[in-house]
Design a protein around this ligand. Sequence first.
Ligand code: AVJ
Length: 325
Amino acid sequence: MTIDPRLTDSSPAAPITENGLFLADVWDGLGASPKALPAKYFYDAAGSALFEEITVLPEYYPTRTELGILDAQGPAIAALLPEDAALVEFGSGSTAKLRRLLRHLPGLSAYLPVDVSGEFLREQAETLRGDFPGLAVEPVVADFTRPFALPPGYGDRALAGFFPGSTIGNFEPNEAARLLEVFGRILGTGATLVLGVDLVKDRAVLEAAYDDAAGVTAAFNLNLLHRINRELDGAIDPDSFAHRAVFNEAASRIEMHLVSRRAQTVRVAGRSFSFREGESIHTENSYKYTLDGFRALAARAGWASVEAWTDADGLFSVYALRREA
Ligand code: AVJ
């Protein structure tokens, strides 16, 4: 999964090499006040493996809850999509959620996963073609946060969109609305978009989901520092930082931070950054919505809510939105 909720400017001084953009973002982020790093850099091989571990933690309810909703509502979702639709998935992590939907969509004509990682996409396409021989699988290598073109021939097909996992929660609400507008322009008037959104709930439940007892989320967060050391000639002692997850109720978001345990100076590729004791690097926002709050956001972006499904405990929501104009 590859998403960049914060669009940072590149530092003009950073070298334009393979890792130049990562380095520029790290230099910018650690040089800023308050310090912050884009959440998209969590997902190197080690980080993606840790995220897969997170999805099965007892405290991390979103993944299993969303899968349950997709199972239970599969027939209702299928009834809202044109039978021979082509399904566009924005970003593509594991195919578990897609597979839940496909069971209920026997007539689906094509599946178009959109992701920046071409290698990952091709691997997934291979397996899906093996498992669903009747389905045309057409990977699209693109950054879905920017307008992109579908492959030739798909412009006038019946299209549906799929955006599960509450990935939309990584974006600031204004950015989320802009993203939904981009999806609308790509899918066209009348299209249906199925998306998963985490719901606002008790602080204790939210904070436990992002600070699990086994320490997997802490390792996921700290992996960012290991990655900087590995890829950018960084000299940061990850043990000198603590994982913190806090629900910012006013902003309705979980924030993840890496908090410096002491005053220190760290070096990354020849540049130094100093930290006060307790100073943090803000590494992620995960916005939580009420049903009405999300419907209002979608409406601003030109999408009407046709259905909203939740689980019995009201932990997570899945929407069917329709593009109006
Ligand atoms: C993949 C962005 C939906 O916000 O819940 C999980 C990422 N971060 N634990 C989320 C995440 C820490 C996750 N998303």
